[in-house]
Design a protein around this ligand. Structure first.
Ligand code: SAM
Length: 320
């Protein structure tokens, strides 16, 4: 097993099916940049092959399907059904939810149990201003459909001071009423935000966020799994929410994540531009491929930082 001096190893794999997205969220892509695929994206069967090999080489036992927006690509059905057939302890999906009604049947058929839906506001106008694509009502219908199927749903919200800080409490009310865990993701200095003068004003720290929530709710810190990215809080007799406090309480020293981008490149760290091509190795016989893969994984583990330092790569390319 490949382990670094902090005891970090790869356990969780995030697979970006495509870099294309039907949204253009203000914090994810800069103005005017449209929703492009990466060059040379791999088909579903090759991505599945890569997942199997990574499982053999590293012992990863959890896979999250992400993007870009994973539901926009025709690969989604084949990949989901294929990955659900692998001997993994957990498979989950991160989506903006816009196409969930269309994908309801394949999700039911696949037996998927967990889904994270990204949603930054319940206000239709602000939704359009932030996502710059899609429609709020369609997402909420898809979300209800997932609850009806019995999936465990979490919602991801990125609080941005100039955009949706007033939506924090209404979003929490909505989630608590439905038994959904809401996770606030601290704004990350990625892509165009790395050198943006507006970042400092828009960043909402965990402390500031807890102040906003404290205006309505009492809460106390509760347990989170060892390698969880979220700090979790219990609201007595109401439910739980989480904060992915990338800046305020970095979780890099316990990070077990590996990312496979849609073009077959591996990323060991969200805060590093280093990427490692495994797509071009997939045709090699396994006695030649596995040793090469082991070498690449050592390099990818070596890319892991001790704290998030910001990254010029756009999240939607690496797979958020
Ligand atoms: N399209 C899918 C979705 O919307 O969930 C999956 C990909 S998206 C890149 C994954 C998550 O990354 C979303 O919850 C999005 O809000 C978040 N995200 C993107 N850019 C971010 C940034 N700069 N800081 C914090 N979160 C970001």
């Amino acid at each position: 097993m490949i382990v670094d001096r902090l005891g970090r190893r790869f356990r969780n794999l995030r697979v970006s099916l495509t870099a294309a997205c039907n949204y253009a969220c203000t914090y994810c892509v800069p103005d005017g940049k449209r929703l492009l695929k990466a060059q040379n994206e791999l088909p579903a069967n090759e991505l599945l092959k890569a997942v199997k090999l990574l499982q053999q080489a590293t012992g990863i036992d959890k896979v999250r399907i992400t993007g870009g927006e994973p539901l926009v690509t025709p690969k989604f059905d084949e990949f989901l059904l294929g990955v659900m057939d692998l001997p993994l302890s957990d498979v989950s999906l991160t989506t903006n939810g816009q196409l969930l009604m269309k994908k309801k049947d394949v999700i039911r058929e696949s037996g998927l149990r967990r889904i994270n839906i990204s949603l930054d506001t319940l206000n239709p106008l602000r939704f359009k201003q932030i996502a710059r694509g899609g429609d709020l009502e369609t997402v909420l219908q898809g979300l209800d459909a997932m609850l009806e199927l019995g999936l465990k749903v979490k919602i991801n919200m990125v609080p941005v001071r100039s955009q949706n800080i007033n939506d924090v409490v209404p979003m929490l009310d909505y989630c608590l009423e439905r038994g959904i865990e809401l996770r606030f993701i601290e704004l990350m200095r990625m892509g165009h935000l790395l050198h943006s003068s507006g970042f400092a004003n828009d960043f909402v720290s965990m402390e500031a966020l807890l102040d906003v929530i404290g205006s309505k709710y009492e809460f106390e810190r509760t347990d989170a799994p060892y390698d969880s990215t979220a700090v979790r809080y219990q609201i007595p007799e109401a439910g739980v929410f989480g904060v992915i406090a990338n800046e305020s309480e970095p979780f890099c020293k316990a990070c077990t994540r590996l990312r496979l981008a849609s073009d077959g490149f591996l990323y060991g760290c969200l805060s590093s531009s280093n990427k490692h091509d495994i797509g071009s190795l997939l045709e090699l016989p396994s006695h030649r491929l596995l040793p090469k893969l082991q070498g690449i994984l050592v390099q990818a583990l070596g890319d892991k930082k001790l704290a998030f330092e910001g990254e010029v790569t756009v999240m939607k390319l690496i797979g958020g």
